[in-house]
Structures are given as C-alpha cells and as structure tokens.
Design a protein around this ligand. Structure first.
Ligand SMILES: [Zn+2]
Ligand SMILES: [Zn+2]
Length: 129
C-alpha cells in the first residue's frame, strides 16, 4: 500500500507506472520521437543532408536537435506547458532531451547581448525551451 501511494502516476495514461519523469514505459515509447533522417541544421525531414530551405536561406543557427515531431500527444503536452503553465513538463521534456543528446548541447551559444539583436536573443531563448 505504501509503495502504491508513493508511486507516481503516468501523466499520459494515469497508470501507477510513471517513472521519475512521470511517464510510464509504454507511453514513453509511444511518444512521437523524431527518428527520421533530418536536416542537420533545421531538423526538418530530409535525406540527412541540408534541406532545400536551409540551402536557399541559411538559418542563423548551426544545428537543431529535435527530439519529437509535433504530433499527439506531444502537441497537447506543449499546450499544457505553455498555456496552463504546467512547469513540471519542462523538467520531463528537458530530461528526455538531455538523455538523448547530452547536457553539453543544452547550453545556448553566443549569448553575448552586445552582439545580438532582439530577434536573435528571442531565437536563442526559444532554443532553451
Ligand atoms: Zn502511461
Ligand atoms: Zn534545413
């Protein structure tokens, strides 16, 4: 009984199998992982080389590390995070991102405020999310 009370429920299926991130193994596997070949610069689906969009207009960033496709249920989780301020989702998503890509890639680069205009600062902020 004590173990049952201390076990965290999965945030997606409400089973009592949630791990330390709050999601059970089955739901974790069913997330829309972005496993397809992708453009190394923008992470949009491609043949693994720079996509046409990046070749045509080079983005102001060097690389994108996309963990998921914007698909169910991730779209709903992001809406909860953004509009209902469900901040615990930030912990879960950032931990999953770090598991896959490593903590060293989680730090934004070139955040020298003197050298960045407002648009560039906003883009780096978005990279943190
Ligand atoms: Zn679940
Ligand atoms: Zn691209």
């Amino acid at each position: 009984m004590r173990d049952l009370l201390l076990t965290q429920c999965c945030i997606l299926c409400a089973s009592h199998q949630g791990d330390d991130l709050g999601i059970c193994r089955d739901c974790l596997q069913d997330l829309p992982w972005h496993d397809a070949q992708q453009c190394p610069q923008c992470a949009m689906p491609s043949n693994g080389l720079l996509c046409g969009s990046c070749l045509q207009s080079t983005p102001n960033y060097d690389a994108t590390y996309a963990l998921f496709r914007y698909d169910y249920p991730l779209d709903k989780l992001l809406q909860q995070y953004k509009y209902r301020e469900s901040l615990h989702l930030a912990n879960m998503l950032s931990a999953l991102w770090i598991r896959k890509f490593g903590a060293e890639k989680f730090k934004p680069k070139n955040l020298n405020r003197k050298n960045l205009n407002t648009h560039q600062r906003q883009r780096n902020y978005q990279a943190l999310i």
